[in-house]
Design a protein around this ligand. Sequence first.
Ligand code: PGA
Length: 216
Amino acid sequence: MTPGIRPLIAGNWKMHGLSADGLALARAVAAGAPGAAELLVCPPATLVAALAAALARFVILGHSERRGAYRETDPTVRAKAEAAIAAGLTPIVCVGEPEDDRLLGRAEEVVADQLAGSLPDGFAAAGGVVAYEPVWAIGTGRTPTEADIAAMHAMIRARLEARFGAAGGGLRILYGGSVKPGNAAAILAIPHVDGALVGGASLVAADFLGIAAAAG
Ligand code: PGA
C-alpha cells in the first residue's frame, strides 16, 4: 500500500452474469462491504444499464484480453481513456507483460512503454488508476514473486511521478492476476500496491469480500 492512499478493490466481471445474477452479486457485495477499502464492481456492458444507477463510475481499459483479442494498441487505449475522462468516467488502465517478456528480462521495459503510450495527459487530474496485470498471471492461479510485484509497482510509481509530478504520487496502482482471499493480504502489503483488480474471485461475493477484508 501507499501511505495516504485508500485501497481500491475492483471486481472485473468480464462477460459473466445475467441481470438477475449481477444484481444479486452487486447487492451481496454492497451489503457486506467492509470499511477500509473502496469497493468497485465492473459488470459487462450488458449489465451496465441494470447496475449503473447504484454503482461507481469507473471503466476498465486496455485489459490484456482486449489488447490481445481485439488488437487494442496503446494509442487506442489512450484515446479511450481520453474519451472516458471527457465523459466523466474514471479510467482504470491495464498494463502487463506477456510471459515471454518476463522470461527475457524485458517486463519492466514493456510495461513502461505501455504506460507512456496508454495514459493521456489528463490522466492524473482525473484521478486515473493503473492496474498492473502480468498476462501470464490472469486466470492461471500463478502470481509473480512479491519481489517482482514490488519492483514493478515501484517502477510504475516512479514513471507516474516523473510524468505527472506530485499528482502521480497519489494515484492508485492496482495489482491483478490470480488474486484470491488466500494471497490478498500478502500482495496488498507490498509497497505501492494500492488495491487489486480481481477477475474470477470477484464472481463469488464471499471471496471478493474476503479480498477486500485483507485490505484492512
Ligand atoms: P483473475 O483475472 O483474477 O481471474 O486472474 C484478473 C483480470 O483479468 O482482471
